[in-house]
Ligand binder design. Structure first.
Ligand SMILES: [Zn+2]
Ligand SMILES: [Zn+2]
Length: 265
């Protein structure tokens, strides 16, 4: 149960930031660790347009890396994000998603209308180019869901990444056709309520991620995270759900490719 054999499904890290300076000069080691841990693919997530070329370069250089394009809600440069620009950048065949986008009322405060407008622009771009959304939400679940409904996010679907919300929020996102992705947070001892949610999300809507370099799972908590460690997230989910790691891995990997398949063509 604890090993992913080469012939079985590998795991996919559905959300990481390998363009961040933490990984400069370390990519060979990161990729070797992935191989050793049976992590076959990773989705490299964009957080602002200035750094997007670096994210895209990763997906162009390695055929098991993919890219998203978007501007993170914490990115405090408040200039509006032009949805046409996002659509243009998303035309690249290695770009499989729009994001990360969403709302974050924890990190940023004041009048956040600019953040909501930015989120709307991303949903419009996703609908325009037919690619799924990678959504970040923190202390803003109600507004996040309201905007998803108002802007018709269900048309493209996507993922609620690094999920830390309640069962009710998970159910609402699932009803909109979205997937729920768990990060290393679900391995933390104090994450009791989240572990309950992780037990109950239907397997066909489940994804796993690291959000590297942040949020390293137990037993690496506090260190620099990397895609290989998504294995600990998958192991914890398998344990919570009482299924073999191979089943959890096969399910989440199939979900990943089903969700992003259209975009991968
Ligand atoms: Zn995020
Ligand atoms: Zn992220």
């Amino acid at each position: 149960m604890n090993s992913v054999s080469p012939e079985s499904h590998g795991l996919v890290d559905s959300h990481c930031h390998l363009d961040f300076p933490e990984f400069d000069g370390k990519l060979d080691a990161v990729r070797e660790e992935m191989r050793a841990s049976g992590v076959t693919h990773a989705l490299c997530i964009s957080v602002n347009l200035a750094d997007f070329p670096k994210v895209l370069a990763l997906a162009e250089a390695y055929d098991n890396f993919f890219a998203s394009v978007g501007v993170h809600p914490d990115h405090d440069e408040r200039a509006p994000v032009d949805s046409r620009r996002l659509v243009e950048l998303a035309r690249h065949p290695r770009v499989v998603a729009i994001g990360e986008t969403g709302l974050d009322y924890y990190r940023v405060s004041g009048d956040l209308e600019w953040q909501r407008e930015r989120f709307r622009a991303h949903i419009r771009a996703a609908r325009e180019c037919g690619k799924p959304l990678v959504i970040h939400t923190r202390e803003a679940a109600e507004d996040t869901l309201a905007i998803m409904r108002e802007e018709g996010a269900a048309e493209v679907g996507g993922v609620m990444h690094c999920f830390t919300e309640s069962q009710a929020v998970a159910d609402a996102a699932i009803a909109l056709g979205f997937h729920i992705s768990f990060s290393g947070i679900v391995t933390f001892k104090n994450a009791g309520a989240l572990k309950e949610v992780a037990r109950r999300v239907p397997l066909e809507r489940l994804l796993v991620e690291t959000d590297s370099p942040y949020l390293a799972p137990v037993p690496h908590r506090g260190k620099t995270n990397q895609p290989a460690l998504v294995r600990h997230v998958a192991e914890e989910l398998a344990r919570l759900r009482g299924i073999p790691l191979s089943e959890l891995g096969a399910g989440t990997t199939d979900n990943f490719f089903r969700l992003f398949k259209e975009a991968l063509r």
